[in-house]
Write a protein that binds this ligand. Structure first.
Ligand code: G6Q
Length: 546
């Protein structure tokens, strides 16, 4: 099963949306509340512990109807079938895209090339859980007989960002193991870590789908050397495990075969935290919590697969994003989680969203003549309010923003939670409603300012409002709700790729830099110099000290 193919700008719904946009672009979000008495009811979605309020967006119900038509015309339902059933929808790499199989209930068969993958998924998960139990219980000993208290994930990109973000997000659910993540090839990154850890009680997880990634291999080799300066070669088996699809390369590294956790090529790097790549998560929060993470994602998968578009959270989010990106010409989107636990969610989603949909060629191999991949940025609230919110409130750019908050805090925190929630709610109100000139003048008068001062200051204090936001109010941050939240964004990515007619699951754009880095490295480490442009030659010569 393959993906449908179309030129989005030639779809009827696209053209109708263009006409519709010219008719409603000057209408304000608040006007829609006046015109549509059932707006809140129609535009708020309730799913499990999620309340998603779309009503503060620059859309009328007519807009949503047209966007839903766009999804239909683009063949979304056929695409979803291909996605979930193991079709090779990552066509440029000839692979299926089945991270959803890792969090399915494990009862339905899912076939890749005629082979049901579920028994293997379950077997690998059992191996991972049994291993994690041994490490957490202290049963697994280091080479001097001590139990493990520290884990170090050595990986980069998809083999780092997801596990690091989730481990941090679920800190509350953590056990006595301290997790660290080494990713950058910059040697100072791992050197700073090595100052903090005890080799006798540390377990290193080398996580690399391909086991060919320069950064990961360089870090793994340096750390191995450091480890062997205080331990015999035979101790590698107790302190190094690997996650990969490349079993031969792991063997060459000296890791015992029983310490290898396999993964499959139908799991993309940036969607791999659900696989054995999530071993650090499983160790840090335990198998039960890891399983909950998978269950939450699985529940969102079923919601996405089985719910009509009108009530389908990931699909509606994707359609809104297309609306802003292609009709309003918005340049970026912000994501602001109101919890410190999710401070790295925006960075994590940057990879998922921008690596997947940052494509300029469509599924026919032709350059697109419309905008694709959205630029994502953000930080945790309320910190972000004291940093970049000025630009969202009063700047010249349209920045649709996702506000995410959990109704209950994890600790008993007095009135901190009310303060957090009040900021969270007030920001979306302020962004939509703004502050009129009349209100500003009245406030200044009440402060006793002179008429002249009021005239001078008023323009700066007016908020135009009408700035779109989507609110996610989730009951509580748990492994389950976190799994669902991440899966929600994963499916949003998928839907956008379908509408834009691009391939979301390859990442050829990261290859050229890697290739040239190898060439520059050989220039830096030898007397030769390959052909480069003058600027590059000057930089190489400078780094060589010439
Ligand atoms: C993600 C990308 C990329 C990948 C890293 C690490 O989708 O493919 O970020 O995860 O390049 O690759 P390895 O896991 O093969 O080392």
């Amino acid at each position: 099963m393959t993906l449908p193919n179309h030129k989005p700008t030639q779809l009827n719904a696209w053209n109708e949306l263009a006409t519709h946009f010219s008719q409603i672009q000057n209408q304000e979000i608040l006007d829609f509340f006046e015109l549509e008495k059932d707006r809140l009811e129609k535009l708020s979605l309730h799913w499990e512990d999620f309340y998603v309020d779309l009503s503060k967006n620059s859309v009328s119900q007519k807009t949503l109807e047209l966007l839903i038509n766009l999804a239909d015309e683009a063949g979304l339902s056929q695409a979803i079938k291909a996605y979930f059933s193991g079709g090779k929808i990552n066509e440029t790499e000839g692979r299926a895209v089945l991270h959803t199989a890792l969090r399915s209930k494990g009862t339905e068969a899912i076939a890749v090339e005629g082979q049901n993958v579920i028994p293997e998924v379950n077997a690998v998960k059992e191996k991972m859980y049994a291993f994690a139990e041994r490490v957490i219980s202290g049963d697994w000993k280091g080479h001097t007989g001590k139990s493990i208290d520290t884990i170090v994930n050595i990986g980069i990109g998809g083999s780092d960002l997801g596990p690091a973000m989730v481990t941090e997000a679920l800190e509350f659910y953590g056990n006595h193991l301290t997790p660290y993540f080494v990713s950058n090839v910059e040697g100072d990154h791992h050197q700073e870590l090595l100052k903090k850890i005890n080799p006798e009680t540390t377990l290193f997880l080398i996580v690399s789908k391909t086991f060919t990634t320069q950064e990961t291999l360089a870090n793994a080799n340096s750390i191995r050397k450091w480890f062997l300066s205080s331990a015999p070669e035979s101790a590698i088996a107790q302190h190094f495990v690997a996650v990969s699809t490349n079993l031969e390369k792991i063997d060459a590294f000296g890791i015992a075969p029983e310490n290898v956790f396999p993964m499959n090529d139908w799991v993309g790097g940036r969607f791999s935290l659900w696989s054995t790549v999530g071993l650090s998560i499983c160790l840090a929060v335990g198998p039960e919590n890891f399983e909950q993470l998978l269950q939450g994602a699985g529940a969102m998968d079923r919601h996405f697969r089985d719910t009509p578009v009108e009530k389908n959270i990931p699909t509606l989010l994707a359609l809104l994003s297309v609306w802003y990106n292609n009709f309003w010409q918005a340049e970026s989107e912000a994501i602001v989680p109101y919890t410190q636990y999710l401070r790295n969610l925006p960075a994590y989603l940057q990879q998922g969203i921008m690596e997947s949909n940052g494509k300029g060629v469509d599924r026919n191999g032709k350059a697109v003549d419309y905008q694709t991949g959205t630029i994502i940025w953000g930080a945790s609230g309320t910190n972000a309010q004291h940093a970049f919110f000025q630009l969202i409130h009063q700047g010249t750019k349209l920045i649709p923003t996702d506000f995410i908050c959990f109704q209950e805090s994890l600790h008993e925190t007095g009135d901190h939670q009310d303060k957090l929630l009040s900021n969270f709610i007030a920001q979306t109100e302020a962004l939509m409603c703004g502050k009129t000139e009349a209100v500003v003048r009245k406030e200044l008068e009440e402060k006793g300012l002179s008429a002249q001062e009021i005239d001078r200051l008023t323009p700066f204090k007016v908020f135009t409002g009408n700035r779109p936001t989507t609110t996610f109010l989730i009951q509580k941050l748990t492994p389950y709700t976190l799994g669902a939240l991440i899966a929600m964004y994963e499916h949003k990515i998928f839907v956008q790729g379908i509408i834009w007619n691009i391939y979301s699951y390859d990442q050829w754009g990261v290859e050229l830099g890697k290739q040239l880095a190898n060439s520059v490295l050989s220039d830096l480490q030898s007397d030769t110099l390959a052909a480069h442009d003058p600027s590059t030659i000057a930089l190489i010569e400078r780094c060589k000290g010439n």
